[in-house]
Design a protein around this ligand. Structure first.
Ligand code: ADP
Ligand code: MG
Length: 351
């Protein structure tokens, strides 16, 4: 497990940069009072991306007029099926993909107006593992620090390696590292310039359960110590367990965005199926207010919000309609159902 103190010291140096940011020494930038910190770590307005048609592929609207605010300090999940536009959004923030329209700011710095500052404020762990196998973790971090202009005296290579449990592999060739170690090395790379915002694109895709738990623990810890984290995932349980806020994206559009509890509270939906004592030609008129669906000769399905219509009310109405109940089953909808509901047809229109 990672020593907490190590993580603490890493993130305590994550700080915003003043306007005259000297990117050659991000770690030595003067501390800025809390009141000057941006409320939104990331703010995106009307963000649109259309990939141009090429020889074989048609043009693709990967993002359509996306608005998104990621509050400072949050552990934010961008959840959506494959092809939803998650990586496109991340890559625009990282300066790797050019947007077609709209605005984006990281830590208050507009990506067009202050590209150097905005890029210095974000560390991105890309979806694809892209680690040069012939470098050691220490060399890779030093190289990355060089790219970001962190002077040797201010580099925290060993500290970061320790924080991610890689210090004992500091001098091993990357090609000898396990998949899990490589993932952690990617996180380490994204942190060399002490960005206040850390972005992880599908950090646990294809990663086994044990390692997933470990990565979650690292991410939680970083967040607890002050780093704003944005992660993309197509795993519901990951977003549900880890994130305090979730945005659901599908076909390039944000279709839900809220605190995780609030999203889950929307799922106050329940389903009740009743088996009654006789064949029904149709659901009785007197039950119309509850919108039952006849799912079998003697089966009635009710979809209801437990907070609005208690089950006893429905049962009373069924008795009132002169039916006896022989059996009943109930089901609760969860985030998975909401996700399926919202993203239904996700693959329609895809060849
Ligand atoms: P996600 O990360 O949610 O799986 P992406 O952002 O990678 O989604 O992709 C969104 C859509 O844009 C997909 O339909 C994908 O095929 C398309 N796309 C992604 N990158 C490119 C590209 N470089 N050129 C053309 N289309 C692309
Ligand atoms: Mg992706």
């Amino acid at each position: 497990m990672i020593p907490i103190a190590a993580l603490q010291s890493i993130v305590s140096r994550s700080r915003p940069m003043p306007d005259d940011t000297d990117l050659s020494s991000p770690a030595s930038a003067p501390a800025v009072a809390d009141s000057t910190l941006p409320a939104q770590a990331v703010a995106v307005q009307g963000l649109t991306k259309t990939y141009r048609a090429s020889g074989k592929t048609a043009a693709k609207e990967a993002l359509i007029d996306v608005d998104l605010e990621i509050p400072r300090g949050s552990l934010f999940g961008l959840l959506g099926p494959n092809g939803a536009g998650k990586s496109t959004l991340i890559n625009i923030l990282a300066g790797l993909v050019t947007k077609t329209a709209g605005r984006a700011a990281i830590w208050g710095y507009d990506i067009d107006g202050a590209p150097r500052q905005s890029r210095a404020a974000i560390g991105v762990v890309p979806q694809e593992l892209n680690i040069d196998p012939f470098f050691t973790p220490r060399e890779l971090l030093e190289l990355q620090a060089g790219l970001y202009g962190v002077p040797p005296a201010e580099r925290r290579t060993d500290e970061i390696l320790r924080a991610l449990g890689l210090l004992d592999k500091a001098s091993a060739y990357a090609r000898t590292l396990s998949g899990g170690m490589r993932r952690r090395l990617m996180v380490a790379k994204a942190m060399v310039h002490s960005p206040p915002v850390l972005v992880l694109d599908e950090p646990t895709a294809g990663v086994d359960i044990e390692l997933r738990q470990q990565l979650w623990a690292h991410v939680r810890e970083l967040n607890l110590r002050g780093t704003t984290v944005l992660l993309t995932t197509h795993y519901l349980e990951e977003a549900e367990e880890l994130c305090d806020r979730i945005a659901i994206i599908n076909h390039g559009q944000v279709i839900a965005c809220d605190r995780t509890e609030a999203l889950l509270a929307q799922l106050d939906n329940k389903e009740l199926t009743l088996l009654v004592d006789r064949d029904l030609a149709a659901a009785p008129e007197s039950l119309a207010a509850y919108g039952p669906e006849k799912t079998g000769p003697r089966h009635l399905l009710f979809r209801y919000r437990a907070s609005e219509s208690p089950v006893t009310e429905i049962l009373a109405a069924v008795s009132g309609a002169g039916l006896s109940i022989v059996d009943m089953t109930t089901e609760e909808t969860d985030l998975e159902d909401l996700f399926l509901q919202l993203t239904r047809g996700a693959h329609e229109g895809e060849a």
